[in-house]
Design a protein around this ligand. Structure first.
Ligand code: NCD
Length: 329
């Protein structure tokens, strides 16, 4: 591998140079920005990124760029995959990911001020925040693209894009699938974003949650308006036999105001090898991770367990996104 030349982007098909990049200079705030055409564009770039990493590991595509990654909420995958994505593309990062308590945020600096400072150093800002709408607000104050890496119980567009990419990659297409979402559908932002993205495809949706964690009405209304075949249930057993995708999520403890309620629902589901015996041979199990008991560790060796492959895809999708917003895709 070390003898191979660095990946030469000029050697890619000529249409690369002329095609339009719909994401150039754009902030990535919500999945509402992504229609099928943009998704296809992004996934094409994502496959190129994967191929590039497999062949040569790193390139210098973003050598002249710096990304600031600021996380007001804990993160492992999202922060490290964005940083990894910049590293793979030869860019640099300003990582403020191990606790804003060590930054001026702890001195009372406003989000708007922090953003206006970071844009003096960086060409793009990756932001995770605990308030819904924080990324949108940040984008109003800055001139560089903001990438929403999760805004409270709101959206998590880059996660949804990598989830969508993984479904397509694992099962070959999106149309015709029955996707079951399981767990905390109320506070799980990844569920909100993925559901909205899936509405563009010919899918059937099944929502499985305890009563208090049902999908929020505003998201459910979008599902109903899209005319999608949809059903809600409390029981995974109702969906396990026919689902093509089982998208499992963690109960979001940090969003509960009453911890007694959390205690009541925290162990509501566990995907076990026994349950998996009833699922289709080609079903995929996904999870945005971290898991805290929703999927038994014994399921990991089942070839249908796609959650670690999903993690890997996350870096490729984020590489494609960073290159695109920086105008280098
Ligand atoms: C998710 C998140 O932060 O919303 N994690 C992630 O980004 N991979 C899901 C979660 O925290 O449960």
């Amino acid at each position: 591998m070390s003898n191979q030349p660095l990946f030469d982007y000029s050697q890619l098909p000529a249409k690369r140079a002329t095609r339009d990049n719909p994401l150039r200079g754009k902030s990535i705030l919500s999945v509402a920005q992504f229609d099928k055409e943009i998704i296809e564009y992004l996934f094409g770039r994502t496959r190129e990124m994967r191929e590039m990493v497999q062949r040569v590991g790193t390139v210098n595509l973003l050598r002249q760029y710096v990304a600031a990654c600021i996380f007001y909420e804990p993160s492992t995958r999202t922060s490290s995959s964005f940083i990894g994505a910049m590293e793979r593309l030869g860019g640099r990062t300003i990582p403020i990911t191990s606790g804003v308590e060590f930054s001026s945020v702890s001195k009372g600096e406003t989000l708007a001020d922090t953003m206006q400072v970071l844009e003096q150093y960086a060409d793009v800002i990756v932001l995770r925040h605990h308030e819904i709408g924080a990324a949108k607000m940040a984008a109003e104050y800055t001139h560089v693209p903001i990438i929403n890496a999760g805004d409270g119980a709101g959206e998590h567009p880059t996660q949804a894009l990598l989830d969508l990419f993984t479904i397509q990659d694992e099962l070959g297409s999106l149309d015709g699938l029955k996707v079951a979402m399981v767990g905390d559908l109320r506070y799980g932002r990844t569920v909100h974003s993925l559901t909205k993205l899936l509405l563009q495809y010919n899918v059937k949706l099944r929502f499985v949650s305890p009563e208090i964690l049902r999908l929020p009405l505003n998201v459910m209304n979008q599902v109903i308006d899209a005319g999608v075949d949809v059903r809600e249930t409390h029981d995974v057993a109702d969906v396990i036999e026919n689902a093509d995708v089982l998208y499992v999520t963690r109960v979001q403890k940090e969003r509960f105001t009453d911890l007694r309620q959390y205690e009541e629902v925290k162990n509501f589901y566990e995907i076990t090898p026994e349950l998996m015996k009833r699922a289709q041979e080609k079903m995929v199990v996904m999870h945005p991770l971290p898991r805290v008991g929703e999927i038994h560790y014994a399921v990991d060796s089942d070839p249908r367990a796609a959650y670690f492959r999903q993690v890997k895809n996350g870096m490729f999708v984020r590489m494609a996104l960073l290159a695109a917003v920086l105008g280098q895709a």
